[in-house]
Design a protein around this ligand. Structure first.
Ligand code: BES
Ligand code: MN
Ligand code: ZN
Length: 498
């Protein structure tokens, strides 16, 4: 999907030739008030805009959309007032509030040729992200695409700050939002069309276009190098597995970062097959991989001063006469052996191979993300990622996620659970004999493959990577693109602070 054309404007919004003017409203302590950036528009209504909106029932509640014909008060025939909700304790409206309001406004603008928004005067970057993400829709498989997003959106320039900074913010936020929509597109592509080889091709094409170095290991190369986890999981499918390696070396590259993402293009559970109800959602079991690929493209676009190596394992988990079975022992990359007690705990098997390989390059930081466990959804719900790993880095990643509006919460790796992964015959088993602490056990399994001295974080995105309800804020149905914005913010933080 291509989003609207975005441009900063300093024009007088009351005379600007456009179809719609968007203003923000706030649920103040004493009732409805206008957000920053709406003063000139209000003046065109002789200061009566709050009164008119109040008559129409507006409260300023989050994502409330009220439409008003301007009857000649503005050059634009329509005004849309979108709610930001209550301001915070400091009296200010947060970036996340603007992101959500901009998302709701973007949907209200669908099909229009041209509009101007004043939400950008409140928080420019958040308005850009909310607009591009909230207006997203995946129509590749629809015979009729329906209303597309608004064609061109002018962004009122914030009152403070330099034009140079505003331009940089517009560019960075556009790139970040595009990385999110790339991730959504990949996740939303159905599993008959997105399988390991086709996913690898798309990842390679995206990587090459961004100037990354790209290497794709096919099943022969995987066998030669000893990637037993990826091969074992991929055995059941007629469509063999892949491992995609993307490299980025930035200008004045400082820290070395490794990224790993789970790329199960469809998870039936394998021989330990899943129930039919809801199995279709397992089209999203490559959300971690998609996020990592898109983040690599973003890193190249924003030229982070880092060296980043991404290792992205891709496989389809199918039951068949050639499938791996409960009871099999796999020899993983690096030589550790794993007894497979449940073929539905496949993510950790492909990820461990990739983590072990990534650690050979001695990264300072390793970030891995995966739709790994249903237990994460039970513990944290559909909107919050569970973050495990090295104590300090785990907390940093979780806090960074929360700061950009992707909820994340630090989770422990209790050492007593390690014994529950002991195997009768191999170095470890892929599941415990019980289900208590299933999210944490998966994290402990992965930790066995992380090299000493590497600061690492594992983000279990089983809940937040997929949205089953209707659109809300800037979150649309299907793939959400989580945790791209967390990854981007963590990389920017490492670039700035080490
Ligand atoms: N891909 C699933 C996890 C998942 C569940 C993601 C729900 C998104 C929504 C994963 O491969 C899986 O099947 N995990 C098992 C692990 C179990 C066998 C230890 C699970 O969570 O049931
Ligand atoms: Mn599974
Ligand atoms: Zn899975």
């Amino acid at each position: 999907m291509t989003g609207p054309k975005l441009a900063l404007t300093d024009s007088d919004l009351t005379t600007l030739a456009t179809d719609v003017v968007v203003v923000g409203t706030v649920q103040g302590p004493d009732g409805l008030v206008l957000a920053d950036g709406a003063a000139a528009v209000d003046a065109a209504f002789e200061g009566g805009l709050v009164g008119i909106l109040d008559t129409l029932g507006a409260k300023g509640r989050a994502e409330e959309v009220v439409k008003l014909p301007t009857l000649g008060k503005l050059a634009a025939p329509l005004l849309i007032a979108v709610g930001l909700g209550k301001p915070g304790a400091d009296g200010a409206v947060s970036e996340e509030q603007v992101r959500r309001a901009a998302g709701a406004a973007a949907r209200a603008l669908a099909g229009r040729k041209r509009a101007v928004t004043t939400l950008s005067a409140v928080h420019l970057g958040a308005a850009v992200e909310g607009t591009l993400l909230g207006g997203y829709s995946f129509t590749d498989y629809k015979s009729e695409a329906g209303d597309g997003p608004v064609g061109k959106l002018d962004l009122a320039t914030p009152a403070e700050g330099s034009l140079k900074d505003h331009r940089a913010a517009l560019k960075a936020s556009t790139a970040i939002a595009e990385a999110v929509t790339t991730t959504r597109d990949l996740v939303n592509t159905p599993p008959n069309d997105l399988f390991p080889a086709s996913f690898a091709e798309r990842a390679a094409a995206l990587g090459k276009a961004a100037g990354l170095e790209v290497e794709v290991l096919d099943e022969k190369a995987l066998r030669k190098a000893g990637f037993g986890g990826i091969l074992g999981v991929g055995m059941g499918s007629s469509r063999p597995p892949r491992l995609v390696h993307l490299s980025y070396v930035g200008p004045k590259a400082g820290k070395k970062v490794a990224l790993v993402g789970k790329g199960i293009t469809f998870d039936t559970g394998g021989i330990s097959i899943k129930p039919a109800a809801g199995m279709d959602e397992m089209t999203s079991d490559m959300g971690g991989a998609a996020a990592v690929v898109a983040t690599m493209v973003l890193a190249a676009k924003l030229k982070y001063p880092l060296a980043i190596e991404a290792w992205v394992p891709m496989a389809e988990n199918m039951p068949s006469g050639s499938a791996y079975r409960p009871g099999d022992v796999l020899t993983m990359y690096g030589g550790k052996t794993v007894e497979v007690l449940n073929t539905d705990a496949e993510g950790r098997l492909i990820l461990s191979d990739a983590i072990a390989r990534a650690c050979e390059d001695e990264p300072d930081y390793l970030i891995e993300t995966s739709t790994l466990t249903g237990a994460a959804v039970v513990a944290l719900g559909k909107k919050t990622a569970g973050v495990m790993g090295s104590d300090e880095f785990r907390d940093r990643v979780a806090a960074t996620g929360r700061a950009v509006g992707e909820n994340a919460w630090a989770m422990p790796l209790p050492e007593e659970l390690r014994a529950d992964l002991d195997s009768r015959l191999a170095d470890l088993a892929n599941v415990m004999g019980h289900r208590w602490g299933g999210m944490l056990a998966a994290g402990i399994f992965l930790s066995e493959f992380v090299a000493e001295g590497v600061q690492w974080a594992h983000l279990d995105i089983a809940g937040p990577s997929w949205h089953s309800g209707g659109p809300s804020g800037y979150t649309t149905k299907g793939g959400t693109g989580v945790p791209v914005r967390t990854l981007a913010a963590v990389l920017a933080d490492i670039a700035a602070n080490g």
